[in-house]
Every structure is written in C-alpha cells, then in structure tokens.
Design a protein around this ligand. Sequence first.
Ligand code: SF4
Length: 396
Amino acid sequence: MFYSFINHRTNRIFVNLSTKTTMAGIYFHIPFCKTRCTYCDFYTQTDFSLQQDVVNAMLREIEIRKTYLSEEVETIYFGGGTPSTLSAADIKNLLNAVSSFFSVNEDAEITLEANPDDLSAGYLKELIKTGVNRLSIGIQSFDDLQLKAINRRHTARAALDSINVAHQTGIENMSIDLIFGLPGQSLESWKMQVDMAVKLRVQHISAYGLTYEQGTPLWHRMKSGKIIPTDDDTMIEMYNYLVETCSKSDFEHYEISNFAKPGHRSRHNSAYWKQRPYLGIGPAAHSYDGNSRQWNVSSNKKYCSFISENQPFFEKEILSLPDKYNDFVMVSMRTIEGIDLESLKNNFGEKLHDFCLQSAEKYIQDSKIVRKFNFLRLTPEGIHISDKIIADMMYV
Ligand code: SF4
C-alpha cells in the first residue's frame, strides 16, 4: 500500500557508511506506557512494577558499554514507550551516568518523547534542570473521537495545553507527532488538523500514515471488518495536503515524514540517516557501531536479570557490504538530499554504484526519481511509491 512507507517511526534504522565519524548518539528505550494504544507494536509494558529496576539496570548498562562509542556524543534521545513516565530525578541520573562514561558535546541535543498528559508545569521545570532541551510530544490528533479510537490517553485540549505550558516553562524546541488515516478521520478533518499544527509555535512536525501492524488490536479490528482502512487515494491527498501546507508555513520537508523550521531538523534522527553510530540503552533498544547492529532483549524482566547476573543481554549481527549498501539506500532515499552517488561509490565500490544506477534508471525515465548534481532523490510522485522503488533498489 502507498502509505506503508510513511510508517510509524524511523528511529530504529541501522546503517553504515563509514566509521570515520566524529559524532554519535545515545538512545534510551523507556518501555512503559500508562495505557496501550491500539495501533502500537513497540516493546512496552503497562505494568510499572519493574520501572525502577529497569532504570537501575540501564544505569549499569551505561557503564558496561562505556567503550561502545569512540566518538563524542552529540545527541541523546529518550524514546519508548513513554519516557515522560520517568521522574526528572531518574532522567537526571541517566544523563549523569552518560556524562560520567562518555564524552558529551556541551551543545548536545537532548530530546524526550512525552505524552501531553504528563507535561505539567512542575514536571517541565524539573525536566529543564536535567538538561533536556527538546520535547517530542505524541499528539497524534486534535480530535477527541479519533484519539479515543486508537486508545490514546490524552485529549485534544490536553495536547494544546501541553504546548502552551512548555512554552511558558521555557522549552523552545518542540516537535509534535501526528498520524493521518486514523479511523473516522475524513480528509477535511485531517486538513483542519494540519492547519492547526502549523499555527502552533512548534519547530518540527513528524506525520505518519497509520499502519495496521499485524497482531495489534487495531489490526484485529480491521481484519474483522470493524474498521475500514482509509483508501490509498485519500491517503495520498492527506499526505499532499500536509506537504503543501507545511511548505507554505516555512517548514522544510527534509525527510519523507518529517518537517522542520529552518535550523530545527532533528539532529538525532538526522544522525541515523547519515549512518552515524549510536548506542541503544534499555530493553529492546538497538545499537549500531558502523559494522554491526545489536538489539537488547525485549523483556523487562529478562533485561534486568541478565544485566544483574552479567549474562549476555543482546543479540548481534555483523553487516555484510550489501547489508550496509541496502541500509544506506533505504535511509538516504527517504531524505530530501537523497543518495550521494560519489559517497556511494567511495564506500561501496563501483559494482554497487552501478547496480544502484541501473535499478534507478526506469524510475528516472518515469520521473519518479531525479538525478541532479550526482544525487538521486525521489520526486513528489516517487514518494507515493517509495516502498516499491526502495525495494527494487535493494541488492539481493
Ligand atoms: S504511547 Fe507510544 S509506545 Fe506507548 S502504547 Fe502508545 S504508541 Fe505505543
């Protein structure tokens, strides 16, 4: 389907271009949510009984993996799950541990994903003291019925209030997440939401088409005929309206699903897309060091016990050259810059460079890909079938 390419989130993409990088990122996976959204297939738990044990195990993991990154840490990202369920004291402890064992840039971007309901003035004031300087707020919709249809725990009012309170508290760097194609969401309703989003004083918007992930409650409802997914044509109209409106409002469309005011691209996600190394801490977190990727066990209980008993808590895969090439193509094609062919040739060799050009050729002829200044990038028409294009460009 068209919209599978604009899926839920992209912060677990793992690629390599070169190990000669000077900056790195750290990702914390906070696997707790107060309620479970019906579309979500991330590893997260609504039972908080192990939360403090998980935080303690994460503090220990930071020390265990202190040699994983040789580069300076430029970005730290608390994702999940719902990181705003952590106390400011726990966040501070985790950041202090990072500073103790890694070299952290003094201008580091430190992002916390938050649920609007958690952002009280008191909590935000404490958060600022920890060093968090960017919020990514999971708004998803400004319509209460749509929020209810996916079991979000906040209301539209709470979403708007959270942005206002964050401003009043002094947080000036904010991103919001929106989802289009929600059950019961018409094209007109989506347009109103986009219009509202661009008028808020936020610097970044991430907007994803709803995907029905197998096994989720939403998927079951769709399979049993209780929900009819939004048709592809409407999804395309929704996406086009988003792109046009963001562009008219000075948001740069720098990645398929991401829009930023000048100077406010997500540095953390941009580093993923530039194939920089990162360390993932916590249950189900992924790491990438330029030559391999690792993923921690997806169980809070096992994670805590493996760490405390000094047992292996992750699996690892060494990346072959084609693996790295495929990852490079997959993430580069999602960005506004596209594939840098010179860089591709230098890093992956002539054979894969030629393969890339050959596989792109028919799409260049069809105006779905444009080649300019030795870069290959998707055209607006190409974005609508980017899943297919990227799949065709994979080296098997
Ligand atoms: S808040 Fe986020 S991680 Fe938690 S259940 Fe909802 S979508 Fe999933």
